[in-house]
Design a protein around this ligand. Structure first.
Ligand code: ARG
Length: 589
C-alpha cells in the first residue's frame, strides 16, 4: 500500500493559478486549466494566455498581459523566478533552485509513493483483462489485453482505487460440446495429460475434419452442450479436466508476466443466470422472437440485433456478458468496470452495453470497453485457423534467448545472467506493446524492441541500472543503506544546495520528474499506458544527457550531493514508472 499522506508535491501550475486568481478575480480551477506549457522552455516554463480576459475587460490582450506581469513581479514568491509579458501571454520562469529542492523533496520523501495521489480512494474499479480461451493455447491474440490490462490495473491501484482484477476466461460455449464428443470418440487421457492444450487442439481439429464428413457429430456435440448447461456430472467432469489442463499453460504465462488476478471467474460462472437475464429482458418488453431465437432489437441505434438465446436453447457469449455485468455490480458496486479486449470486439461491447442500458440499470454508464490494436507480423495477420497460432510461451522464450545473447556479448561477466535476461526480455516485449497509443496495431519487430539505445524497455531499464550504479559507487563498500534512504539522507543534510542544479540538463530532468504524477493521472483517465511509457523514455534520455555532460561523483561535497540527489530521484521515478508498466527494474544489467 502507498502512503497517501506522504505526497506533498507542489503543483506549480496550481501555485500560479492561485496568484493569477488574486489579480484577475477568475476562479482558480479555470485558470489552472488555462495555463499552458510553452513548446520551448527558453520562452518560459509556463504561460498564461490573456485573450479571454481581454474580451471581458475590453482591452487589448498584450496590454492585459503586461499589466498582469507587472503586478505579479511586484510581489512574487520565492519559487517564481520571473513573470514577463510576451505578446498576449504572461510567461513564467521558475526559480530553478527552488524548483529543484521542491521536486527533489517531493520525489525522495515520497519515495515509491511519489505520484500516488490517492484520487481514487473510496472508488471501486473492475479491470477485466486477458481472458484467454480454455482448450486453446495462450496465443498472441491475448497478449495485448494481458499487457495493457495489467498496466491499467496497476495504475488504478497506485492512485488509490479499490481495484478488482478479473480474468473472464472463455470456458463455456459450443466448442466444449465438440471437444467432449471428440474426446469420447478418439481421445486418450494419458496422451492429453502429457501434451496439455496441444492434445486438446488436436481433438478440436479432428472433430472438424470428421464433422465435415459426418454431420451427425454436430448434433452429438450440441447435446453435450445442453447436458453441460443442465449440470450433467459426466460432461462437467471432463470439462473441468480440460480447464485444469489449460490453466497449467496459462499460469506459466501469468507467472512469467508477473500477473495475479483477484478473481478468475470465467463465462461458465454465469451459466445459472441465463434464464434470469432472459426473464428480465422479457419483463421489460425488450426481448423479441426472431427465427426461433430471442433477440434485442438495436436498429434504432444502428446496430445489428443482440442475440440472447439461440434457437436450440444454447446460451451465448453476449448473454454471459450481460449476466456478468449484473453480477459484478451486485458484488462489487463498481464505479467503473473496464473491459480490455481487441478492437475487433468493439461492436459486441457496444451492443450488449446498450442492452444493459435499456434494461434501466443506473450503473450502466460505468461500463467501458477499452479496445486496443492487434499485433502484426511480417508474415501477415497471425493465424488462428486450424490451430497454427503464435504461442505466448514461445514469444517469451524467444525474447529471453535473444536478450541473453545480447548480454553475453555486452556484459558476459554479469551475475544472474539468466534472471536478468528474463526481466529484460519480458520487459522488452511488454514495452513494445505499451509504447504507442493502444488502438494502434503493433508491428512485431524484435530488433526494435530489443534495441538498448532505442525507445525501448531495455533502454529505460538500463538507465535505471546506471542510476543505481552511480548511487552504489557513492556508498562505502560496507554500507547497506538502501537507495530510498540514501535519497532522503542526501537532501536532509545541511550541505544540500539545490542551486547547484541550475543547468539546463538538470532542469530538464527535474521538469520530467515534476510532471510524473500528472502523467499517471492522465494515463488513468485515458487508459493509455503509452503516456507513462513515453514519459519514462523522456526521463531516461534527459538523465543520460545530464550524465554525459556533468560528472556526478566529484570531490566538491555540495555538488556531489546535489547531483546524487538528482540521480536518486531519477532512480525512484524510473522504478515506479517501470513498475506501473509491469516491468522489472533490475539494479544491475
Ligand atoms: N475470451 C474472449 C475471447 O478470447 C475474450 C473475453 C473478453 N471479455 C468479455 N467480457 N467478453 O475473445
Amino acid at each position: 500500500m502507498y502512503d497517501y499522506d506522504m505526497r506533498v508535491s507542489m503543483n506549480f501550475a496550481r501555485g500560479l493559478a492561485e496568484i493569477l486568481a488574486e489579480y484577475t478575480g477568475m476562479p482558480q480551477d479555470e485558470l489552472e486549466i488555462a495555463i499552458e506549457t510553452p513548446p520551448d522552455s527558453k520562452m518560459g516554463h509556463f504561460a498564461f494566455p490573456c485573450f479571454g480576459l481581454a474580451k471581458e475587460a475590453k482591452k487589448a490582450p498584450p496590454a492585459i498581459a503586461s499589466d498582469l506581469a507587472e503586478k505579479i513581479e511586484a510581489s512574487r514568491p520565492d519559487w517564481l523566478g520571473q513573470a514577463v509579458a510576451t505578446g498576449a501571454y504572461v510567461n513564467f520562469f521558475l526559480n530553478r533552485a527552488a524548483f529543484a529542492s521542491n521536486v527533489l523533496f517531493d520525489v525522495l520523501e515520497g519515495g515509491e509513493g511519489y505520484g500516488a495521489d490517492g484520487e481514487g480512494l473510496g472508488q471501486a474499479v473492475i479491470v477485466e483483462y486477458s481472458s484467454p480461451n480454455i482448450a486453446k493455447h495462450f496465443h498472441v491474440g491475448h497478449l495485448g489485453t494481458t499487457i495493457i490490462g495489467k498496466v491499467i490495473d496497476n495504475v488504478y491501484r497506485f492512485l488509490g482505487y479499490e481495484v478488482t482484477s478479473i480474468n473472464h476466461l472463455g470456458d463455456w460455449g459450443t466448442q466444449f460440446g465438440k471437444l467432449i464428443t471428440a474426446y469420447k470418440k478418439w481421445g486418450s487421457r494419458e496422451e492429453i495429460e502429457k501434451t496439455e492444450i496441444e492434445g486438446l487442439v488436436k481433438l478440436y481439429v479432428k472433430f472438424h475434419e470428421e464433422a465435415d464428413k459426418d454431420a451427425s457429430l454436430n448434433d452429438e456435440a450440441r447435446s453435450w452442450v445442453i447436458k453441460m448447461q443442465d449440470g450433467d456430472e459426466e460432461s462437467l467432469e471432463i470439462w473441468r479436466w480440460f480447464c485444469d489442463l489449460s490453466m497449467k499453460e496459462f499460469n506459466r504465462v501469468y507467472d512469467r508476466l508477473d500477473i495475479i488476478f483477484d478473481s478468475i471467474t470465467g463465462e461458465s460462472f454465469y451459466n445459472g443466470q441465463m434464464e434470469a437475464v432472459a426473464e428480465i429482458l422479457e419483463n421489460k418488453g425488450l426481448l423479441k422472437e426472431s427465427e426461433g431465437a430471442k433477440i434485442v432489437d438495436l436498429e434504432e441505434w444502428n446496430m445489428p440485433p443482440s442475440l440472447i438465446l439461440r434457437r436450440d436453447g444454447g446460451t451465448l457469449y453476449t448473454t454471459r456478458d450481460i449476466a456478468a455485468a449484473i453480477y459484478r455490480y451486485e458484488t462489487y458496486e463498481f464505479n467503473k468496470c473496464l473491459y480490455v479486449t481487441g478492437n475487433e470486439q468493439s461492436l459486441h461491447f457496444a451492443q450488449w452495453m446498450k442492452v444493459v442500458e435499456l434494461m434501466g440499470y443506473p450503473w450502466s454508464g460505468g461500463l467501458e470497453h477499452v479496445p486496443y490494436g492487434m499485433y502484426l507480423f511480417e508474415s501477415g495477420k497471425m493465424s488462428t485457423r486450424r490451430g497454427d497460432v503464435i504461442k505466448v510461451e514461445d514469444l517469451l522464450d524467444e525474447a529471453v534467448a535473444k536478450t541473453l545473447a545480447i548480454i553475453n556479448e555486452k556484459n558476459p561477466e554479469l551475475l544472474n545472467k539468466e534472471r536478468v535476461a528474463e526481466q529484460v526480455g519480458v520487459g522488452a516485449l511488454k514495452f513494445g506493446k505499451l509504447y504507442n497509443s493502444r488502438i494502434k496495431d503493433t508491428v512485431f519487430d524484435w530488433d526494435r524492441m530489443l534495441n538498448f539505445e532505442g525507445e525501448t524497455g531495455p533502454y529505460v531499464q538500463y538507465t535505471h541500472a546506471r542510476a543505481c550504479s552511480v548511487l552504489r559507487k557513492s556508498l562505502s563498500a560496507d554500507s547497506n543503506m538502501d537507495f530510498g534512504a540514501l535519497g532522503v539522507a542526501l537532501i536532509t543534510g545541511t550541505t544540500f544546495d539545490s542551486s547547484i542544479l541550475d543547468d539546463d540538463e538538470a532542469f530538464d530532468v527535474l521538469r520530467i520528474l515534476h510532471d510524473f504524477p500528472a502523467k499517471v493521472v492522465d494515463c488513468a483517465e485515458k487508459y493509455e499506458p503509452f503516456i507513462i511509457a513515453r514519459h519514462m523514455v523522456a526521463l531516461a534520455q534527459a538523465y543520460n544527457t545530464f550524465y554525459t555532460k556533468h560528472q556526478i561523483l566529484v570531490d566538491d561535497e555540495p555538488t556531489r550531493r546535489a547531483r546524487l540527489a538528482l540521480t536518486a530521484a531519477v532512480r525512484t521515478v524510473l522504478k515506479t514508472g517501470l513498475g506501473l508498466l509491469g516491468i522489472a527494474a533490475p539494479a544491475v544489467m
